[in-house]
Design a protein around this ligand. Structure first.
Ligand code: SF4
Length: 394
């Protein structure tokens, strides 16, 4: 097992309403069972404190995701942070992120989150246009988003991120530019941009099936995906991952830990965890597992037994593939030295042929140190990743 600090993810599966495009493990509820849920999280933390995979290791970053974690009180967030610190020790100054919706984040509430240890907030803004907020079923206005971001700034949180969605029905390039311009007027250090995807089982999926959702053309979405980095990079934000932009020094520590394949422990309903198994410093295999998705089942199961719903072993071959394709999502790419240190094998020996082919086609850039996607490769990243899939990792 590794002795490096691990990342802690805390899933809060509650929202005030369900957005019609969302397929996350989250449930609309008028009343959050805060006490019961926080006590279930505390039990999980206690349990993992004596798990040999995590025992004695520190926590390098904490991320409250959801759902809408900002629906919890500052006191509840503080209790979770304190028990994680008491059981493991959170590295001093570690990044502690809270995902927040703009409409339940007054200055007082954000100050209470700050008091609880939160030093980074990620707001689900999605758009500043009333039409698109309404189409996306968001229950906040553009004014509320702006007020929430200023409140976070006033509360002393300097690392503020916001999410924007592009490729929304009816949106053109000018609309996207307005959203980005509006975002950059605010005191933020980080932006995540996603293009709208229609997930099976969502109301948007049904609307699309019935021909009631006029999605923008692939050409327009591709134009947007080229426009976003050009616009943001000309204004002091650098792209460090396919969908993420930061002012220098404000990259998300927690997300980077996922992308470089470090261990993470997920607690809460439907949270995923990952832990590598090393032999002589070489990653030989790993385990991934998840807790029960339904909050009530999770809370009941945690009391007297394990709340694990499934677990799987990951082979060395799959780990190499994951390290490679997740690493390629980062603009710095995959380091040949890091690959070799982790797997005890040269990257060229594992993927040399396909890398040479993709480089010749203009999708990858290869240097003596590593491999990264070219601008052309970023636009068709998923197809590039598919080229690395071998029968062993299917
Ligand atoms: S607020 Fe976020 S997590 Fe909750 S339903 Fe909407 S998109 Fe999903």
């Amino acid at each position: 097992m590794s002795v490096k600090p691990f990342s802690l993810y805390v899933h809060v599966p509650f929202c005030s309403q369900k957005c019609p495009y969302c397929d996350f493990n989250t449930y609309a509820t008028a009343r959050i069972p805060e006490l019961e849920y926080v006590s279930a999280l505390g039990r999980e933390i206690d349990k993992y404190a004596s798990d040999p995979r995590f025992q004695g290791r520190q926590i390098g970053s904490v991320f409250f995701g959801g759902g809408t974690p900002s629906l919890l009180s500052g006191e509840a967030i503080g209790r979770i942070v304190s028990s994680a610190d008491a059981r493991f020790k959170i590295v001093p100054g570690a990044e502690i992120t809270l995902e927040a919706n703009p409409n339940n984040t007054s200055l007082d509430r954000i100050a209470s989150f700050r008091q609880a240890g939160v030093n980074r907030i990620s707001f689900g803004v999605q758009s500043f246009s009333p039409e698109r907020l309404s189409l996306l079923g968001r229950d906040h206005s553009a004014d509320e988003a702006e007020r929430a971001i200023y409140a976070a700034h006033e509360a002393g949180i300097s690392n503020i991120s916001l999410d924007l969605i592009c490729g929304v029905p009816g949106q053109n390039l000018g609309d996207l530019q307005q959203d980005l311009e509006q975002a950059l007027k605010l005191p933020i250090a980080h932006i995540s941009t996603y293009s709208l995807t229609i997930e099976p089982g969502t109301p948007f999926f049904q609307r699309q099936e019935r021909g009631l959702l006029a999605m923008p053309s692939d050409e327009l979405v591709a134009e947007m995906l080229v426009f976003i980095p050009e616009f943001l990079e000309a204004r002091g934000f650098f792209r460090y991952e396919i969908s993420n932009y930061a002012r220098p020094g404000s990259e998300s520590v927690h997300n980077q830990a996922y992308w470089i394949g470090d261990d993470y422990l997920g607690i809460g309903a439907g949270a995923h965890s990952y832990c590598g198994e090393y032999d002589g410093g070489i990653l030989r295999s790993a385990e991934r597992w998840s807790t029960l998705a339904l909050p009530d089942s999770y809370m009941k199961a945690v009391v007297d037994s394990s709340a694990i719903s499934w677990r799987e072993r990951i082979s060395s071959q799959s780990l190499k593939f994951e390290f490679f394709y997740v690493g390629l999502r980062m603009m710095r790419g995959v380091s040949k030295a890091e690959f070799c240190a982790r797997f005890g094998e040269a990257l060229d020996a594992v993927y040399g042929d396909v890398v040479t082919e993709l480089a010749r086609e203009g999708y990858l850039e290869v240097s003596a140190d590593g491999i990264r996607l070219t601008k052309r490769g970023i636009l068709v990243a998923d197809s590039v990743f598919e080229r690395f899939i071998t029968p062993e990792v299917v």
